[in-house]
Every structure is written in structure tokens, then in C-alpha cells.
Design a protein around this ligand. Sequence first.
Ligand code: ADP
Length: 458
Amino acid sequence: MILVRTLLFAGAVLVAAAALAALRAGMLAVGVLVVGLLGLSLYHAFYLQRLHHWAGLPRQRELPYGFGSWGHAFDRLGRHMRQDEGERAETAAELERIHAAVDLLPDGLVVLDRFDHVQWSNRAAQDLHGIFGTRRPVDHFVRQPEFLAYLRDGDFTRPVTMALPSAPGRRFSLKIVPTDDAYRLLITRDVTESTRVEQMRRDFVANVSHEIRTPLTVVAGFVETLLEMDLPADERRRCLEMVRRQTGTMQRLVEDLLTLATLEATSQSPETDAVAVEPLLQAVLADVRALSGGRHALVLEAASPAGLRGSPTELDSAVRNLLTNAIRYTPDGGTITVGWRVFDGEGILSVRDTGIGIAAEHLPRLTERFYRVDRGRSRETGGTGLGLAIVKHVAQRHHARLDIDSRIGVGSTFSLRFPPSRVAPPAAMKATESAASGHPATLPAERAGEQPDAPKPA
Ligand code: ADP
């Protein structure tokens, strides 16, 4: 457009000069030519100079005002600039949104340049590594020798796991993710939970193997003896009874493991039908009486006609485990009392014994799988080390709390405290009473029935 206008203007000057020359006004023609072309040059030079000056100003400068073709050119330039400005603002807002989102990530994220200098970091990385500002080397903030060695070795296929002083007691995995030549990312993730779960899994496998190996070794030994030696009948019988006892232990272990697995696999709360507690306690008491073999006084104290909303199978299993323990850890002549009462709206199911008691330091770990105060005694009495873990699971699934109160040489009380929402008024149970008092189908093995010749607790 500028070119066309310039050519038109120059053409007009030339035509005017030519016309004047034709009219024999030579001087005037030269004047028109000089003034016209000089004016045109000055006009362009003037605006070029303004444009040049404007281009040298900092950003956000006002465009110069232009006349004629230059006015149009400046208008057009202004439009482009406004469009660019809008796009830049949009990009900046988008970047801001991405930064805000990345800031919310629980994982630490640091963008590093190829010299491992911090380019950008999110809030989690700033909190975890104390990173501030940019352009400082990352090892200025992350100084752990494990990380420095990781950075130096340059093998980023695996993360490196370590503790950080900013979060005592927790474990973190730090991983460098190369993106391109210019940048790489450092991602820091809290792996405390997964490390704990992995450790638990390893411990569990080791424990189960150990628990099974011990009776298995005994069984293998006796079978070997029976095969190799020609024993008299009473010796043979003694051997076979030992084999039966050890296989019973393994059977109970597998059954308890299956019960635990079932409890863990079902995440939803058990049914909320009302279970009649007293008949359930009577049924379990009748079953475990054989284990006591008349050596203990077994007392039922059902002080409330109320019921419990939950699974009869699971409640039966919890009470059975508590009662079995009470019998196994209470010397002859002791008293075992199973109680049910409602106090302050809470339903309290308790098993109290006058047994050997438990030292206070063991109480916090008692419900861990395979935790025993006295390993030998637990084995001798046919324990699997899983009974209280099952009770704890049942309690959790019913939103109940397991309280353990015990004194060495005096006895122990295990109480399951159910919230008011789990306590059912007597009227609500009429329909389910008969079901609750029956023998549930998926109970763990009844320990009493499986080891008729279990040694008596001391
Ligand atoms: P176990 O099969 O070994 O009895 P539990 O999980 O049922 O496993 O119990 C864990 C440990 O708690 C037992 O080994 C025992 O030392 C202790 N314990 C449980 N109940 C009682 C109790 N009523 N009196 C004394 N000690 C108990």
C-alpha cells in the first residue's frame, strides 16, 4: 500500500513537472519536481526515524502517531501488538494455572537445567528440600550423600530412597527424569506408606513360613522315625499323637489366616441386622467349655437385653478368640467371665479372666499378627498368634474399640466397645434371634475341638 501510494505520489509529481515543462514553465517544473520528491523523501525519512526510535524503547511503549500511509502502517502494527499482547497474557495465565496445579501436587517437582541448576520448583519441593529462588545448583539444597552419588553416577533408571531432615521418620524416593538435553526433572515422592506395607508383606511371608516350618519339621521327624524304626505300639501311638497335634496347629494357622484374609478382603461394613448377643455368648461358651475341661469357672454376665448390629459370624469369631485365649492363659481354678452391658449408650462386650496377665509394655503390640508375649507358651497351648489380630479386625469393621486392661498375676479384661449406632433395642432382634444363636458357617476352627489332648495351661 505504501509502495503504491508512493509511486502514485511520485508519478503525480512527475506528471505535474512534465505538464509545466510542456507549458514552457521550466523553472517551475524543476521546482515542483524538487519539492515533490524531496517532500516525499523527508516524509518517509521522518517516519522511519520515528519507527527506529520507537523500536529502541522498552516494552509497552506507545506507538508513534502517523500520517497518511504511515498512519495506516502504525495502526496495523498496533493491531498486531494488541493481538500479541492478548496471546501473551493468555499464555501467562495458562502457565500460572499450570504452576498453581503443580504446586498442589504432593510430590516435589524441580526443573533443572543441564548444569543441574534449579530452574523452577513447586511448593512441595521447596518445603521438602528448602529450595528458594532459582539458578542455584540443586546439590546446594539436597546434600544427602545418597543423592549426590546418584547425581554423580548418572544412572537414573531407578530412584534413590532416603530420609530427609525436613520430614523426620519418613522415607522419600528421589528420581531424576531426563526430558531433553536442556532440562531434567527431579521428582521427590513420599514412600513411607508403601515402604511400610512392603516391609509388612515381607515380614508376613517370613512369619507364615516360620510358623509352618516348625510343626512341619516335627511332623517330618516323627514320620521318618515311624518309617525307619520298628517301635512298640505305645511309642508308635505317642509319635502319631504328636503328628496329630502338629497338623492341628498347621490347620488352625491356615484357618486363622483365611479368616483374616476374608476380613481384610471385604472392605464394606458388616450387615446392620440386629444380632441377639446373649444367645450368641451362650453358644460360644458351650463350645469352649470342652477346652477348659472343667478346669475353670465359666460365667456369663449378660446385663442387657439389647442386641448388636453387625455380622453374627464375625462377632462369634471375636468372642470365641477372646474366650479361647482366656482359657489358655488362665491357670486351673481361675474364673472367666464373659459380659454384655450397655453403658452411656455404648455396647460393651467383655471377656475377663483371672489368668497370668500381660505386662504393660506388650499391650500396644498385642494385636499385631504373630506377636506373642511368650512364644513357647502360645505354641504349647495351640496358639497361632493371630487370634487378637482377628479380634481387632472385627472390632474395626464394627466401628468398635478394643480395650485391654491387664495386670500380671491378677488377670486380663478384653473389652469390645461398640458405638451407640451399633446397639439395637431388644425389640429389633426378635426376628434374628434364632439365626444368631446358630453355628455360623465361616467361623475359624474351634480351637477346643481341634486339640482334645492339648496340654493344660500351667
Ligand atoms: P495366640 O494364638 O498366641 O494366643 P493371640 O493373638 O490370640 O495369639 O494373642 C497374642 C498374645 O497375647 C498371646 O500370645 C499371649 O501372649 C497374649 N494374650 C492373649 N490373651 C491373653 C490373656 N487372656 N491372658 C494373657 N495373655 C494373653
